[in-house]
Design a protein around this ligand. Structure first.
Ligand code: F0G
Length: 464
């Protein structure tokens, strides 16, 4: 597969450059805009639709090929990202670094569907990736490009998942990685991963946004490939769950896809995936993509409320969903474009709503990390607003595994997560749900009668 088949296009001024001509911060030198990766078959936003290139990938051949590759023994085919490589020819096959990411399950959520009053709610569980988050799908793509371009070092600033993924893929490729994380503000599971995979882990006494500033200076001075989501190759991998979703739904398209919003790249990656499939005739329409932020880390929501998305209003971010504790998101304009082109919405949800939604996803036997649970909390709001109706199919993108942040889960079930003030704000209906969901561990003497009596009490509670 040939690298020459793609270009980078500035999302602000439209300037196009060759992929390998990009600067170290992945920003347009003319206007500081971020890039999209484009191909001969891409439709260019704002430009009149041109006929699809004379030799486009054929849609029925693609469907067959993508399915067929699942039975192949080649690692590149077994990857649920590279299986779709025909739609992102960015590196030579020989340079692909893969941990067999992707191919994640699409689960039905029957109890949640009933609770929110919809017929079909699904979870696309990206926490089932090799390092436990959706970041693997993008990291395999961008890291492979770094390898092909001869980089020895890669780096990222992270709230924990990007760094875990980068450290793992760099280790697989025999490359060195540097991680910048905000000290004391990421979940332990994630911190342990970057050490386990051998990254140079630097904890800075600042927040995520402060880490980004230091890293930007660093990559300007040293030959290090920046692997944050401003790197457009990340998004080429992150668009592939869109392909998987429709494949798993027998090539039907859900009406809604809901994602959490942090640095705000993922929603636009999925929108790109759906748009490209639409353009190539693989699907007949595009789902509405909605982005949900935590109330304490809501710069996009706020900006839309206060100035219609004209300017970003950065915030000092604070939420227990540490993965999305970001106040000055790099890709906010891309996210806005995804909302506008697909017709989705941006919502914000409280800490209490996140905690409840996470417990409900756990009770489905699935589980996720707190940041992923904002999708369900947001879904409830969109249903209440009449924006999503009963017969419409909804896919929640669960971005991280429940074991990423087990402290959060334990604190929740012990009743130690929320403050008294936060608890006081919960409605009585939600309070009842919390009570039914909370399962704190019971400590007992090792005596059968005692255990039996405890069990009896529990059974009475269940049947009451
Ligand atoms: N969910 C999880 C579990 C995440 O780790 C992130 C981002 C998001 C959602 C938001 O995605 O940034 O594309 O809007 N985590 C980054 C990190 C920032 O460093 O791991 P986004």
């Amino acid at each position: 597969m040939k690298v020459a088949t793609h270009e980078l296009r500035c999302t602000e001024c439209g300037a196009r450059i060759a992929g390998n001509a990009v600067n170290s911060i992945f920003r347009c030198p003319n206007c500081n805009g971020l890039y999209d990766v484009i191909y001969p078959w891409s439709s260019i936003p704002g430009e009149a639709a041109t006929p699809v290139a004379s030799n486009p990938p054929n849609e029925s051949a693609l469907r067959w090929l993508w399915k067929e590759r699942r039975t192949s023994t080649l690692s590149i085919d077994q990857s649920g990202v590279w299986r779709f490589r025909d739609l992102f020819p960015i590196v030579d096959d020989a340079n692909v670094v893969t941990l067999r990411e992707g191919n994640t399950p699409l689960y039905e959520l029957p109890r949640i569907s009933k609770a929110v009053g919809l017929d079909w709610v699904f979870a696309k569980h990206q926490g089932m990736n090799p390092t436990g988050s959706f970041k693997d799908t993008g990291m395999t793509a961008a890291l492979s490009v770094a390898k092909e371009r001869g980089f020895e070092w890669v780096a990222c600033a992270s709230t924990g998942n990007t760094s875990a993924a980068m450290a793992a893929y760099a280790a697989r490729a025999g490359m060195r990685s540097i991680v910048f994380i905000p000290e004391g503000k990421i979940a332990w599971g994630k911190l342990s991963q970057s050490m386990d995979y051998g990254a140079l882990t630097i904890q800075l006494k600042t927040d995520f946004d402060g880490c980004v500033n230091v890293l930007t200076d660093l990559v300007n001075r040293f030959p290090i490939m920046l692997l944050n989501s401003v790197n457009p190759y990340r998004l080429e991998g992150q668009k592939t769950p869109a392909f998987e979703i429709v494949e798993q739904m027998e090539w039907q398209v859900p009406e809604h896809v809901i994602v959490p919003g942090g640095n705000l790249a993922n929603g636009s990656a999925l929108a790109k995936g759906f748009s490209e499939m639409h353009r190539l005739g693989l699907i007949s329409r595009i789902p509405k993509i909605s982005i949900i932020q935590a109330e304490g880390a809501n710069p996009l929501y706020r900006s839309l409320q206060e100035n219609g998305g004209e300017e970003l209003i950065p915030v000092k971010a604070n939420t227990r969903a540490t993965a999305i504790r970001i106040g000055n998101p790099a890709s906010w304009r891309k996210a806005l474009r995804a909302l506008r082109t697909t017709g989705g919405w941006c919502e914000q949800v409280t800490e209490q709503e996140i905690a409840l939604a996470k417990a409900q996803i756990g009770a489905e036997g699935i589980g996720c990390e707190p940041a992923s649970a904002v999708t369900l909390a947001g879904l409830k709001k969109l249903v209440a607003q009449g924006r999503i109706t009963r017969e419409e199919r909804v896919v929640l993108v669960l971005t991280g595994h429940t074991l990423k942040d087990s402290n959060y889960t334990i604190d929740y079930h012990r009743g130690e997560l929320l403050t008294a003030e936060e608890n006081a704000e919960i409605s009585s209906a939600d309070q009842a749900l919390h009570e039914a969901l909370r399962k704190p561990p019971i400590v007992l003497d090792p005596d059968t009668d005692t255990v039996f009596r405890a069990l009896e009490t529990q059974m009475k509670l269940v049947h009451a």
